[in-house]
Design a protein around this ligand. Structure first.
Ligand code: ARG
Ligand code: GLU
Length: 672
């Protein structure tokens, strides 16, 4: 079954019904796409992208920490990723005396490089289709429970065999196409990863949340690390005796510059996309879930902002929290707008109607569409209850903290400001009370509300001189127990069936496409596994009468520069370098390039990913997407979806001219 399916899914390579730029491709399957990639300008072969026998581009790409990508840029283990990816490490080494977030940090010798317990980078050794092994022993008559058990058992065996007791290897079997296919991923994990350098936040986070998710962008979003290994070049726990890791492959740097129309390839670890979603789920996202979650976060952000503006100490405490709250808040807005503007729901519905017709008389697919509608309809209200559980009830800081056993108390209180939390409780619990039907609220919630008379009075009891931890824990326990016992079971059961439908629907979409000569080529949704995307440097038209060109420069940084505004207050030294045009070899068209946009199909997790030219040299570091195109996780539109990358020349300029760390440039191979 599966073998057959994936044959036809890929046969049409080159006659793409997808827009050339859409898709996140599995490196090991790239042979099926290479003709198209080359027709876009790429000069290397499929073997150069991914090979298990010789070194290839994949060997210079790592999964960095929990959710980012990084890449090797010297044969001595030097690695570049985003500033926002190294943020936690930079912060952890910072104190009032050495504020590396504010001032930046540069190790001027190897001895000054700072170890980071808990941080690791993972190199993909190989990946492999293991569908047959995972489904070994499967019979079509099996219940879903039995199938899951079988898969779990087979998966465990495959993973154990893959690591053969080697403690430095990690193996994961991951489903693709909703479980129509399974792949094994084997990684080698290095745990001695040291901080080498980071620009001040006023460069690395320039524009802050104001510019986040937006173009034009002027953020120098990079930080530099070094991977260390034992003398045998294998992973080793931190030790002074460790030596710089010698990678199988590192990226040469193309500092000759890019221009509109140039080929770009992004190689990294996108986290999660939902490109084959049913229309009702898209509708729920665009018209219900996102608007509610946005409104709840707006309440929190407004409260935080008000208190932060009153007091500098509070501003510091909440800077990182606010960035976290604001990041998804802003993305959801762009996503909902984009889905609506692109008629995503209507287009999906039109497709589903045709699919439904075609499915008639095919037992595997007949009635899928109707069943999807029934199931999604049956959980719409419960899904909103779930959104409110996490974005309202559990979003009050003290309630989450007390409810989860007061873990990390010192850290928690260091960045805690009770007036913010109290105001959030009032706002969020009122919103919950108003927008969630009574029958979905716990008896506990209703009793408390009745007892106190109002959320405000309840808040006065919860937040006195200090927060009442006992009461906070009680709220957490009671509302979450209720949710777990009365809401979650239905959600879980229905979602299980929905996922099962998707397995059939995914296969059906491919068959339908084949039967109708749709010419579409399918790619598996992102799932934090290594992917290749390719496209071109290209501007876009975000709205009527506006066209954005694709490259930003230092002149734009200076235009935004404003000592009065925190997000736009750059270091004096950068002003001076601009005033004297001291750009060194990084000058281009009278300025220094800072960032550029391209049509690569990326997602969260692609932060820090290498952006490569047609020869596989590094031209940039991916760090964001444009706001109007954030719906690309659900629907990619080549007119509007753009990834945003740091131009590598800006990083080199900062390292050279601002940090005076030119010794780092010497270990890189820079093509001029
Ligand atoms: N939007 C980017 C991402 O999703 C950058 C986030 C960090 N920057 C910020 N200003 N919050 O990760
Ligand atoms: N900033 C995102 C990240 O950390 C990448 C932007 C995106 O979602 O495409 O992964």
């Amino acid at each position: 079954m599966k073998k057959l399916l994936f044959l036809f899914a890929f046969v049409l390579a080159g006659v793409s019904g997808l827009h050339a730029d859409e898709g996140m491709w599995l490196p090991s399957e790239i042979l099926k796409k290479i003709k198209d990639i080359q027709s876009q300008g790429f000069k290397l072969s499929a073997e150069d992208i991914y090979s298990v026998n010789k070194s290839s581009l994949k060997d210079a790409v790592v999964r960095f920490g929990g959710g980012c990508t990084g890449e090797l840029i010297s044969n001595e283990g030097l690695l570049i990723t985003n500033h926002h990816c190294g943020f936690g490490q930079i912060q952890s080494h910072s104190s009032v005396e050495h504020d590396y977030l504010r001032d930046g940090f540069w190790a001027m010798s190897r001895a000054e490089e700072l170890p980071n317990p808990g941080l690791s980078v993972s190199f993909l050794e190989y990946m492999q289709d293991v569908t047959d092994e995972v489904l070994k022993g499967y019979k079509t008559k099996m219940t879903e429970e039995k199938r899951s058990e079988l898969i779990a058992k087979n998966t465990k065996k495959i993973e154990e065999k893959a690591v053969k007791g080697n403690p430095n290897l990690r193996a994961n079997v991951r489903p693709l196409y909703y479980g129509n296919q399974y792949f094994l991923f084997v990684y080698k994990v290095y745990t001695d990863v040291r901080l080498v350098g980071a620009p001040p936040s006023s460069i690395g986070k320039f524009g802050g949340d104001t510019d986040n998710w937006m173009w034009p962008r002027h953020t120098g979003d990079f930080s530099i690390f070094r991977v260390y290994a034992g003398e045998d070049n294998e992973p080793a726990a931190y030790s002074e005796k460790n030596v710089p890791f010698r990678p199988k492959k590192f990226f040469k740097i193309n500092a000759r510059g890019i221009k509109e129309g140039d080929f770009t390839m992004v190689y990294g670890f996108p986290g999660s996309t939902r490109e084959y979603l049913f229309s009702d789920a898209v509708k729920y996202t665009a018209y219900t879930s996102n608007p509610h979650k946005i409104a709840l976060r707006t309440l929190r952000l407004d409260i935080q902002k008000e208190e932060m503006n009153k007091d500098q100490a509070v501003r510091i405490k909440y800077a990182s929290k606010q960035a976290g709250v604001a990041n998804a808040w802003k993305k959801w807005q762009g996503e909902a707008k984009g889905l609506i503007k692109n008629h995503a729901v209507e287009n999906k519905q039109a497709f589903e109607a045709k699919f439904d017709q075609w499915a008639k008389g095919k037992p595997e697919y007949e009635g899928l569409v109707t069943r999807f509608k029934e199931l999604y309809g049956s959980i719409e209200e419960l899904s909103l209850v779930q959104d409110y559980q996490s974005e309202a009830l559990n979003a009050v800081e003290i309630i989450g903290f007390a409810g989860r056993g007061q873990r990390g108390a010192e850290r928690f209180y260091k960045d805690y400001h009770m007036p913010i939390d109290k105001a959030c409780f009032v706002a969020l619990y009122n919103a919950y009370n108003k927008n969630i039907a009574d029958k979905y609220k716990s008896p506990y919630f209703k009793e408390q509300l009745q007892k106190f008379g109002s959320i405000e009075a309840w808040a006065d009891a919860l937040f006195t001189e200090t927060p009442n931890l006992e009461m906070a824990a009680e709220i957490y326990k009671n509302t979450n127990d209720w949710f777990r016992e009365n809401i979650a079971p239905t959600l879980i059961a229905v979602n299980k069936e929905i996922n099962l439908l998707y397995r059939a629907y995914m296969k059906g979409q491919m068959e339908y496409n084949d039967a109708t000569n749709g010419g579409k080529i399918f790619y598996p949704d992102a799932n934090s596994t290594l992917r290749v995307t390719y496209g071109k440097v290209k501007g876009y038209k975000p709205a009527d009468a506006i066209y954005y060109t694709p490259v930003s420069s230092l002149d734009g940084v200076i235009e935004k520069d404003n000592p009065e505004i925190y997000d736009y207050n750059i270091p004096q030294k950068l002003r001076d370098l601009h005033a004297t045009k001291d750009y060194g070899q990084w000058e281009s068209e009278g300025s220094v390039p800072v960032a550029f946009i391209a049509t690569n199909h990326t997602s969260g997790g692609n932060s820090g990913s290498p952006v490569l030219d047609a020869e596989g040299n590094l031209i940039g570091v991916n760090f964001d997407r444009v706001w109007e195109g954030t719906m690309s996780d659900v629907l990619y539109d080549p007119e509007i979806c753009r990834n945003i990358s740091l131009d590598i020349r800006f990083a080199l300029f900062v390292i050279d001219k601002l940090a005076g760390a030119s010794h780092l440039l010497e270990e890189m191979e820079i093509l001029k």
